[in-house]
Design a protein around this ligand. Structure first.
Ligand code: PEP
Ligand code: MN
Length: 338
């Protein structure tokens, strides 16, 4: 349930509502907004009898929320959330953030070359997998701990905050100590224990949409993280499995305006895993930005033909630089129309 206070409700009236909710054995979470304060009610198993609450001074209305997510919804938090990652800010209404880098960290030379070329082209963050969720066990599984250290060094050397995937709870501390943002991959979107632990960590998180997940499941997964107390969350659409085998996944661009209607969290798009095909990445990057994405994450490799993972969808340095020229012009145009 959501309790909406009058715009001029006093702090004492808000405190009285919080106490009344707590006396009912429930949890009250005040959410201050620019227009008015709302109070989220959590911990109920079913319908909450709101008859006493509605009568309290300062209460404008109560809204019963039947969705599996509350804290990440616009009902609870009408203003867009801004997520700061080591000085780079994601948020609806801000200039979209460009994250780029290799699928996997392969060597010191490779990750440094990648960092240099994405920085030169204008990216604001560096990506690179150290723990890799690969479909088959006989393929490159990532450099693990060594990869984390190389990614961190390359990010520092080039002034780029870094994002990398965590696959297991036991890796969380070490990943958080090396990376500015923790990625939960598509395959782990419903690993609820991992989501809860990441929610306790307070470290910025990039949560990717599961391969076959609905929007409701995606937002419910996000709710696990926020419910544990971590509001520093960015969502990522990376394509969903469909009947169409010509692309690796099917990029669901409609999810961008839909999520922005339903949730206050920033959402970015990964056109690389969504298409699986280098030639499609630039146009789908531009399409994502036109659709209102709060950022994009693009795979870039200094030598895609020799990439140990996802070379077919990775842009070369020159291709990425050309894309960034287009992106700058496009964002300038979109901003001029606001
Ligand atoms: C990745 O971004 O490195 C990745 C493995 O993507 P996804 O989890 O979306 O497949
Ligand atoms: Mn990849």
């Amino acid at each position: 349930m959501l309790i909406v206070m009058h715009p001029h409700a006093t702090d004492e009236q808000i405190d009285a509502v919080v106490s009344a909710v707590e006396r009912m054995g429930l949890i009250a979470k005040p959410i201050p907004g620019s227009q008015r304060t709302a109070i989220g009610v959590l911990g109920n198993q079913g319908y909450v009898d709101d008859s006493t609450i509605r009568e309290l001074p300062g209460v404008r209305e109560t809204i019963h929320v039947s969705k599996p997510y509350k804290l990440v919804s616009r009902d609870f938090h009408p203003e867009p959330t801004h997520v700061n990652v080591a000085g780079v800010t994601f948020g609806h209404g801000l200039r979209p953030v460009i994250i780029a880098g290799p699928c996997s960290v392969e060597s010191e030379e490779q990750v440094n070359a990648a960092a240099a070329l994405v920085k030169d082209a204008g990216a604001q963050m560096l990506r690179g997998g150290a723990f890799k969720p690969r479909t088959g066990p006989h393929t490159f599984q990532g450099l693990g701990m060594a990869g984390l250290a190389l990614l961190q060094e390359a990010g520092r050397a080039h002034g780029l905050p870094v994002v990398t995937e965590v696959m297991r709870i036991e890796q969380l501390d070490v990943v958080a100590s090396h990376a500015d943002m923790i990625q939960i991959g598509a395959r782990n979107m419903q690993n609820f224990d991992l989501l809860k632990e990441v929610g306790k960590s307070r470290h910025p998180v990039l949560l990717k949409r599961g391969i076959c997940s609905t929007i409701e499941e995606f937002l419910a997964a996000a709710e696990y993280i926020v419910a544990e107390g971590n509001p520093h969350l960015v969502l990522c659409e990376r394509g969903i499995r469909s009947f169409e085998p010509s692309t690796r996944n099917t990029l669901d661009l409609s999810v961008i305006p839909l999520i922005q209607e339903r949730s206050h969290l920033p959402i970015v798009v990964d056109p690389s895993h969504a298409t699986g095909t280098r030639s499609l990445v630039p146009v789908m990057t531009r399409a994502a930005l036109v659709a209102g994405a709060d950022g994009v994450m693009v795979e870039v490799h200094p030598d895609p033909a020799r990439a140990l993972c996802d070379g077919a969808q990775s842009l070369s340095g020159d291709e990425f630089a050309a894309l960034m020229n287009d992106v700058r012009a496009l964002l300038d145009f979109l901003e001029s129309r606001q």
